[in-house]
Design a protein around this ligand. Structure first.
Ligand code: HEM
Length: 422
C-alpha cells in the first residue's frame, strides 16, 4: 500500500507557448506527476519523467481511446469547440486501444519501416535540391526559412507519398497548423470539418483514379473488405499520417536550423567531426522536442504512481519537453544544447505500442535536408536578433512563427542594399 500525497494546485498550461522550456522546468520541479489545466479548465495529469512515461506508455491500464475510456468526453463535458478536440475525437491508430490499435496501425505500418523509407532517399534529395535551387535565386534579401524550406521539405514528401494533388495542399496545411495550435484562430470544429472534407475529396479522386500512393493503397484495402476499415477510419488515418508527417518534422528542421544559426561554433564542430549530423538531429529532438506535450491518455482503473493516485477515467498528458531535460538522466547541463553529449536517447517519438510510425522518415528528411542547406549557404545568418524569433502559439507544436535569414549572410544584405556588386 503506497502513501498517497495531496496533489499540488494545478498549473494552467500557457496556450501561447511563450516559454515551453521554462514551463516544463516548473512542472518538473513540482514532481513526476503533476496536475495541470488545459484550455477550458480541463484538469489532467502531466507526466514529467522519462521512466514514468515509459511505464505508462506500455501499461494496459492506460488507453488513448477517449470514446471508450474518457468519461468526461463521453458525458459531453468536453465541448465540440474545445481547442484540442481533434486530438481526441478522431478515429485512427492514434486514438485506438488494444486490438483496434493493432488493426489500424498494421494498415500503414509496413509502408514506414526503415527499409521502405530508405527507398525514398532519392525523392527527398530531389525535393531538397529543387527547394535550394529556388532559394539560391533569391539569396539577396531576407527569406523566411521556416516557410520556404523547413515546411516545404516535409510537406512535399508527405503529400507525394500520400498522392495529394497540389490544389488540395494549401487547405490541408492550414488545417494541420490550426490543429497543432493551442490558441487556434478559428473554430476547431470547423477546422476538423474542413480537413475531413478535403480528405474526403482526396479519397474520391484516388478512388476514381488510383495511383502508386498510400491513399490509393488504403482505399483498395477498405474496398476489398480487408481489416474491417470503415470509411471514417480511412479518412481519419489520412488525417493522422498527413498531419503527423508534416508539422512535427517542420519543427525539427526549424529548431535545428535555429540552433546552428544562433551557435556558429556548432557548424565548426561539425566540420571537424566533433559530432555528426545525426547527433545534432537527436540532440534537437531531445532538447527541443517538436511535440512538446502530447494529448492525451486515460486511466482505465485507479493507478498509483509516484505517491499519487490517477483515478479511473482521469486524463494524462505526456510532457516530453519536461522529461527530455531531466537532470537526473542527462546531468546538470540537461538544459544545454550539446550534440556531443553521451546520452542521446529521448522520448520525442514516444515509446511502446504507439511509438511514432514516421520516426525513420523524419530522421531521413532531416539528415538529407540540413547538411544540404548548410552546404549550399555556409554564410547564412539570422536576419534578426535570436530573441526576435517568436515561438508558435502552442504548447504542443514546438517551433517558431518565422525564421528570417540572410542566405548569403551580410554579403547578401550588402548586395541587396547596393553596397557591392556581384
Ligand atoms: C520529428 C518528427 C516527428 C515527431 C517528433 C513525432 C512524434 C510523434 C509522437 C510523440 C507520437 C505519439 C506517440 C504516442 O502516442 O505515444 C507520434 C505518433 C505517430 N507519428 Fe510521429 N512524429 C514525427 C514525424 C512523423 C512522420 C514523418 C510521420 C508520418 C509519416 C509520423 C506518423 C506518426 C503516426 C502515424 C503516429 C501514430 C502511431 C500510433 O498511434 O500507433 N510522425 N509521433
Amino acid at each position: 500500500m503506497t502513501d498517497l500525497q495531496p496533489a499540488p494546485a494545478p498549473i494552467a498550461l500557457d496556450v501561447t507557448g511563450a516559454d515551453i522550456p521554462g514551463e516544463a522546468a516548473r512542472l518538473r520541479e513540482q514532481g513526476r506527476l503533476v496536475p495541470v489545466l488545459l484550455p477550458g479548465g480541463v484538469r489532467v495529469w502531466a507526466v514529467t519523467d522519462v521512466e514514468l512515461l515509459r511505464e505508462l506508455f506500455v501499461d494496459w491500464r492506460v488507453s488513448k481511446d477517449a470514446a471508450q475510456h474518457w468519461p468526461a468526453y463521453i458525458a459531453g463535458e468536453i465541448p465540440p469547440d474545445w481547442p484540442l478536440i481533434s486530438w481526441v475525437s478522431v478515429r485512427n491508430m492514434f486514438t485506438a486501444y488494444g486490438k483496434d490499435h493493432q488493426r489500424l496501425r498494421k494498415l500503414v505500418g509496413p509502408a514506414f519501416t526503415a527499409r521502405r523509407v530508405a527507398e525514398l532517399r532519392p525523392r527527398i534529395r530531389q525535393i531538397t535540391t529543387e527547394l535550394l535551387d529556388g532559394l539560391a535565386a533569391r539569396a539577396d534579401g531576407v527569406v523566411d526559412l521556416r516557410e520556404e524550406f523547413a515546411a516545404q521539405v516535409p510537406l512535399r514528401v508527405i503529400t507525394a507519398l500520400m498522392g495529394v494533388p497540389a490544389d488540395l495542399r494549401p487547405g490541408l496545411r492550414l488545417c494541420v497548423e490550426e490543429i497543432f495550435s493551442t490558441a487556434p484562430r478559428r473554430d476547431p470544429q470547423a477546422t476538423l470539418a474542413e480537413m475531413v472534407s478535403i480528405l474526403t475529396e482526396l479519397v474520391a479522386r484516388r478512388r476514381a483514379e488510383p495511383g502508386p500512393d498510400m491513399t490509393s493503397l488504403l482505399i483498395s484495402r477498405r474496398d476489398n473488405g480487408a481489416d474491417r476499415l470503415t470509411e471514417q477510419e480511412l479518412v481519419h488515418t489520412l488525417l493522422l499520417v498527413i498531419s503527423a508527417g508534416y508539422e512535427t518534422t517542420v519543427n525539427l528542421l526549424d529548431q535545428a536550423i535555429y540552433q546552428l544559426l544562433t551557435r556558429p561554433e556548432l557548424a565548426a564542430q561539425l566540420r571537424v567531426g566533433a559530432f555528426t549530423w545525426s547527433h545534432l538531429i537527436e540532440e534537437t529532438l531531445r532538447h527541443t522536442p517538436p511535440v512538446a506535450n502530447l494529448p492525451l491518455r486515460y486511466a482505465l482503473v485507479d493507478i498509483d504512481v509516484a505517491g499519487t493516485r490517477i483515478k479511473a477515467g482521469e486524463a494524462i498528458l505526456a510532457c516530453f519537453a519536461a522529461a527530455n531535460r531531466d537532470p537526473n538522466l542527462y546531468g546538470p547541463d540537461a538544459d544545454e544544447f550539446d550534440p556531443a553529449r553521451p546520452i542521446k536517447e529521448h522520448l520525442s517519438f514516444g515509446y511502446g505500442p504507439h511509438y511514432c510510425l514516421g520516426a525513420p522518415l523524419a530522421r531521413l528528411e532531416a539528415v538529407i535536408a540540413l547538411p544540404a542547406l548548410f552546404g549550399r549557404f555556409p554564410a547564412m545568418t539570422l536576419a534578426v536578433a535570436p530573441e526576435a524569433v517568436k515561438p508558435l502559439a502552442s504548447f504542443i507544436s514546438h517551433g517558431h512563427q518565422r525564421l528570417p535569414v540572410l542566405l548569403d549572410g551580410q554579403l547578401g544584405a550588402d548586395r541587396a542594399a547596393g553596397k557591392s556588386g556581384r
